[in-house]
Design a protein around this ligand. Structure first.
Ligand SMILES: C[S@@+](CC[C@H](N)C(=O)[O-])C[C@H]1O[C@@H](n2cnc3c(N)ncnc32)[C@H](O)[C@@H]1O
Length: 248
């Protein structure tokens, strides 16, 4: 009579065989890739990234709270890791977006815009300020490709009295209870400080701000100023790039 469960050594042989097969498949693929012309290699990498991004957004739609694999696949699939939100920050965004309702303001668009638009699909506006017109167009086309909606507003960075920040009419923005603050670029005069003086009036009482890149001195300085001048409460999260949760 056949055993109802396979013997242990049968399982390990099967496991080893499949490992061997996938290792061999990887070996073959690596060698084929090296033999391909550079343009074809970069084409296949782009296609692979696009497929991974598509699957990861699909997985996020089904599980809006996300998980490690989804965050890593999104970062890989988006293909802009030096500039995009990293897994730890994406996880914080998903937690905050699931815990709050209403419109979200984002400063600095990109992968995080796709994540917010996926989590908030059909349940609240995502308004993203973007300083670079070409980048704004690229983010908009990625949103459209994935059937997502967000309001990406091109707003060049302009000079205010003691700092630079996006040129926006604060009263054209919705009142929000969540801000994802990952822009303007680090090289901006005053960094991301301008959020509170320029659009502070549009932040609902108890509004939560997620500030990225707090491992950098510029962002620490911004936090100090917000705490002193706006009595902001701050919780820091260490990590590759670090981020902070700020409450008003
Ligand atoms: C830190 S990035 C924002 C990243 C965004 N939150 C994301 O998750 O992808 C801040 C700004 O840098 C600019 N930027 C994005 N990718 C860039 C790149 N590869 N090179 C130069 N600037 C870039 C865009 O204007 C963006 O708003």
């Amino acid at each position: 009579m056949a055993p109802s469960t396979p013997p242990a050594d049968w399982i390990s042989r099967k496991a080893l065989l499949s490992l061997h097969k996938s290792a061999r498949a990887r070996f073959v693929w690596v060698n084929i890739r090296h033999a391909l012309p550079r343009s074809l290699r970069s084409y296949t990498r782009r296609k692979h990234r696009a497929i991974v991004l598509w699957w990861a957004l699909r997985a996020l739609r089904r599980n809006p709270r996300g998980n490690r694999k989804i965050w890593h696949d999104l970062v890989y699939g988006w293909g802009n890791p030096r500039w995009s939100a990293l897994p730890e920050y994406l996880d914080a965004i998903a937690a905050a977006a699931s815990a709050t309702s209403g419109p979200v303001l984002e400063c600095g668009s990109g992968l995080s815009t796709l994540v917010l638009a996926t989590i908030r699909a059909g349940s609240g506006r995502v308004c993203a300020l973007e300083e670079d017109a070409e980048w704004a167009a690229r983010v908009e086309s990625a949103l459209a490709r994935h059937g997502l909606t967000a309001d990406v507003q091109y707003a060049r960075v302009r000079r205010y009295e003691h700092f630079d920040w996006y040129s926006v009419d604060p009263f054209a923005l919705p009142v929000v209870s969540l801000v994802v603050c990952d822009g303007p670029r680090g090289s901006t005069r005053g960094g991301r400080y301008g959020l509170l003086p320029v659009v502070g009036a549009r932040l609902a009482p108890g509004c939560r701000i997620l500030l990225d890149d707090t491992a950098r001195d510029e962002e620490r300085h911004v936090l100090d100023r917000w705490a002193t001048e706006y009595h902001a409460r701050i919780e820091l999260f260490e990590g590759d790039e670090g981020y902070a949760e700020v409450w008003l």
